[in-house]
Unconditional design. Structure first.
Length: 249
């Protein structure tokens, strides 16, 4: 009863209309909304630590004023008023990296580098880690312009498409601790990245994907890889899985 009550609080009438013409999409929406959580729950679920510990790291992030970069860009990096409860995904990435303390993390998609900055600052405070980023620059030719110089020693930026660069990068790095998809959100590209990265993720590593509600990629991949949907959490459009060997056997 609690499960169905939660579902019906989240859905809107147009979901029922969609179900008539596109039942798979309607099911996807229902599953997605069922896993929707706050930032605290999302981080606690993936890292398997208490919410108090998670909350303390959101406070840490807030007190640092979110990594002041060039003065003209400060407004882009100010924390939300909610201090992480339903706040920015970049703050959530910071907390996850602080908790997991990865040696190697790969992200696809950089843009200005706001999320990269949070990740790199967390690595700096951890005193370890390297972030490998793949980005296909837009017409400006700029990638990661917001990342401060003092954090770039933890960063390795590769320019090009993930389809071209990701397989070779994984052979170079070997097993990784965290993966973040935030590049081209087409079904084809997402499935390519998910299938390519999954074998390289260590046991108890973290799999993250942005805009997972845009298409069926995450849902189809979970079915393909035999990942129970109960092991997935979303916040708000960021999907997360902790890879554990026990639920894959």
């Amino acid at each position: 009863m609690r499960w169905t009550s939660h579902i019906f609080k989240q859905i809107r009438p147009h979901h029922f209309i969609k179900a008539i013409f596109a039942p798979k999409r309607a099911i996807r929406e229902l599953k997605y909304r069922y896993t929707f959580s706050s930032a605290f729950i999302f981080c606690s679920f993936l890292s398997q630590v208490s919410r108090d510990e998670v909350r303390s790291l959101f406070d840490e992030c807030y007190k640092q004023r979110c990594f002041k970069v060039a003065e003209k860009n400060v407004n882009l990096l100010k924390p939300c008023k909610g201090r992480g409860e339903m706040g920015r995904e970049s703050e959530t990435l910071y907390v996850i990296v602080r908790l997991i303390k990865p040696d190697i993390m790969i992200e696809t998609g950089v843009g200005a580098g706001i999320s990269s900055t949070y990740i790199l600052r967390a690595m700096e405070l951890n005193g370890k880690g390297r972030l490998y980023s793949i980005d296909l620059p837009d017409e400006t030719g700029l990638s990661g312009w917001a990342v401060p110089d003092e954090l770039r020693s933890y960063w390795d930026l590769r320019l090009g498409s993930s389809m071209d660069l990701l397989p070779a990068l994984l052979k170079e790095t070997g097993p990784i601790d965290i993966f973040l998809h935030d590049s081209d959100h087409s079904y084809k590209n997402m499935m390519f990245e998910f299938r390519t990265i999954w074998p390289y993720l260590k046991n108890n590593s973290i799999f993250l994907a942005h805009d997972v509600g845009r298409n069926d990629a995450l849902f189809d991949f979970c079915n393909e890889a035999h990942i129970p949907w109960t092991k997935v959490r979303t916040f708000p459009v960021l999907g997360g899985i902790r890879k554990k060997i026990d639920f894959l056997n």
